[in-house]
Write a protein that binds this ligand. Structure first.
Ligand SMILES: [Zn+2]
Length: 208
């Protein structure tokens, strides 16, 4: 009789179905094989939970997209921020990732709009200017008559390199460029910055 939960010498489960489930869960960010196994066993035991999770994941994958205008994660495209006439299109906040928009929206003080770069320049990792949507950024600035570009990138080497690139892109033009004051942690942590710190960094923003 086969014993699906029994693992072989390599630590793999004898049941190919269970092994496959554990492996796909372990590929999720933040989950190691141990947590993946715990979740897999829970899902097998609770059939309803498994069905719920699958249908939620399918529905989200089908409906959730990136705003074609700003890159935010959204269901309607363009997103509600881009559609709202209460948001000032002339103030454009540049962020690296769609999750970086969340602390701004949660805090609620920023009334402009966003532009998501999707990544930061990192010549050492082979991420060059041609890989980032700078052309779309240029078009957006011209189309919306943007008067201020606010750089909200973290202060890592990649963040600084990217900020410098945008600065050179706008140099000599009419667009004012500012950046958040210090206080934002280094290394992609903007999304986890608390509202008070973020607002203080925004109000204290300075010109390049
Ligand atoms: Zn948008």
């Amino acid at each position: 009789m086969s014993r699906p939960f029994e693992a072989n010498e390599g630590g793999e489960f004898q049941s190919p179905a269970l092994e496959r489930l554990v492996r796909s869960l372990a590929r999720l960010p933040g989950l190691g094989r141990k947590s993946a196994t715990r979740i897999a066993l829970h899902l097998i035991a609770e059939e309803v939970a498994a069905e719920d999770l699958l249908s939620a994941a399918n529905e989200a994958a089908e409906k959730v997209t990136n705003c074609s205008n700003c890159g935010a994660i959204t269901e309607p495209d363009p997103c509600r921020i881009c559609q709202s006439d209460r948001r000032d299109p002339t103030q454009l906040c540049i962020v690296a990732s769609p999750v970086d928009i969340l602390p701004f929206e949660k805090a609620g003080f920023f009334q402009g709009r966003y532009f998501v770069l999707g990544s930061l320049l990192s010549p050492l990792d082979g991420v060059r200017a041609a890989d980032l949507p700078f052309d779309r950024l240029r078009e957006r600035i011209a189309h919306d008559s943007v008067s201020e570009v606010i750089i909200a990138l973290d202060s890592s080497v990649e963040g600084e390199t990217t900020a410098l690139y945008v600065q050179q892109m706008l140099e000599g033009g009419p667009v004012k460029m500012t950046r958040l004051a210090t206080g934002i942690p280094v290394g992609g942590a903007l999304a986890y910055t608390d509202e008070v710190t973020l607002q203080r960094a925004f109000l204290g923003r300075r010109s390049f």
